[in-house]
Write a protein that binds this ligand. Structure first.
Ligand SMILES: Cc1cc2nc3c(=O)[nH]c(=O)nc-3n(C[C@H](O)[C@H](O)[C@H](O)COP(=O)(O)O)c2cc1C
Length: 217
């Protein structure tokens, strides 16, 4: 197998493209679309967003030290793209997109009511990296759309229709093909499921209830 060599660049895909909301109290809020975002620590829960210093939102987050990461689903994808090509310097993006900004629980930055998951963050460190400054932040609170909870209090994030960003294009998450640790999970002796070739297919996830809550990455 031969391989083509590319010059060093960002090729870590798919990623979530998220809408990051921020606001200087009393001033117009802003929403910036960010793909260079990540989970960086489990305990304490920490995330990072990398934003170019020239962005309007960069100034707001630098001043307030707060922002909210709003996850994006299929219905929000057009707004997410719009917030990624227009600057809050010229327009009020929440108003243009008819998004409802609501008070957050632990930070002054507002949350987007239409988002399935809002992650409230407080900056602990700003790291200049070159083109982007990385805001390293602690997660102060998480709120979720209640319609994603079932009557037993179980959270069904994967029913939210989350959007993935890959190499310049947006995708709706597709078919479930496994779950955390499924490659080593013991199968019950009665599991005689066969693949189309007739051979026992260890790659078919068991048809039990959906994944339970947290993983231990
Ligand atoms: C899918 C997508 C991902 C983006 N990711 C980032 C990012 O990670 N960091 C960044 O600084 N800008 C990113 N941008 C560009 C900003 O969202 C864009 O410049 C926006 O208009 C800035 O808004 P503001 O000036 O109101 O802050 C992205 C845009 C899109 C469409």
């Amino acid at each position: 197998m031969t391989r083509k060599s590319f010059k060093p660049g960002n090729m870590l895909y798919p990623l979530p493209a998220v809408m990051v909301s921020c606001q200087i109290p009393g001033e117009q809020p802003d929403i910036i679309t960010v793909a260079w975002a990540g989970t960086v620590c489990s305990d304490p829960a920490m995330v990072s967003v990398s934003i170019r210093p020239e962005r309007f939102s960069h100034g707001i987050i630098s001043r307030t030290g707060e922002f909210v990461i709003n996850l994006v689903n299929e219905q929000l994808t057009r707004c997410m793209d719009y917030c990624g090509v227009k600057s809050g310097r010229e327009i009020d993006k929440a108003e243009e997109c008819r998004l409802h900004l609501i008070p957050s629980e632990k930070v002054q930055a507002p949350s987007i009511a239409e988002s399935p998951v809002c992650i409230e963050c407080r900056v602990v460190q700003t790291i200049p990296l070159g083109s982007h400054d990385m805001f390293l932040a602690r997660v102060e609170a998480v709120t979720v759309d209640e319609t994603l909870m079932d009557e037993k209090g179980k959270f069904h994030l994967n029913s939210a229709g989350l959007t993935a960003y890959s190499h310049g294009e947006y995708f709706s998450l597709g078919r479930k093909i496994g779950s955390f640790g499924y490659s080593v999970r013991k199968k019950p002796a009665s599991d005689h499921r066969k693949s189309r070739t007739g051979k026992r297919n260890t790659a078919i996830p068991k048809k039990k209830g959906s994944d339970q809550g947290r993983t231990k990455e």
